[in-house]
Ligand binder design. Sequence first.
Ligand SMILES: [Zn+2]
Length: 190
Amino acid sequence: MFSGKTEELIRRLRRAQIARQRVEVFKPCMDRRYSETDVVSHDENALRSTPVETAEQILLLAASADVVGIDEAQFFDMTLVDVCQQLANEGKRVIVAGLDQDYLGRPFEPIPQLMAVAEYVTKLHAICAVCGAPANHSQRLTNETGRVLLGAADRYEPRCRRCFQPPDRSATPAAAPLSTHVPPTPPMEP
Ligand SMILES: [Zn+2]
């Protein structure tokens, strides 16, 4: 969330298009926040994509592609791992973007399994909304408890390890930032 992973996916796919490779982009049907047919990042830098109900559909629809992009991959089930393996075994370049942790800070399947079998993994970080450090967690700002809760700035904010407060599933309100925490100097932009 807010780490630029969709922007990075789009950047890599655009470069493949410039190289005249055949690119197909997919995302789960359930992510309807912005558009039915485009992979749209928070900065509106869109790329046409195909919404699919299941990971298996990607196998058929990507048959003629050289490069396959998959966004919001944490919303697919574990079948996506076999699908990506099969595509890669066919010689396709497979680029997957997704959240690696859920709102409780737990590994968010199937992303950890994909990270294990991938040749290359890039972890992107947002900036902690509390202290400015690199943020590795999504802090849910509402009391809802389902693992899948679509939303942007109104429901989540990026937090670093120190500032992340995993919601207590038995208690209610979203945790307030630690009041005793002295913010470190914000990191340099690369
Ligand atoms: Zn922080």
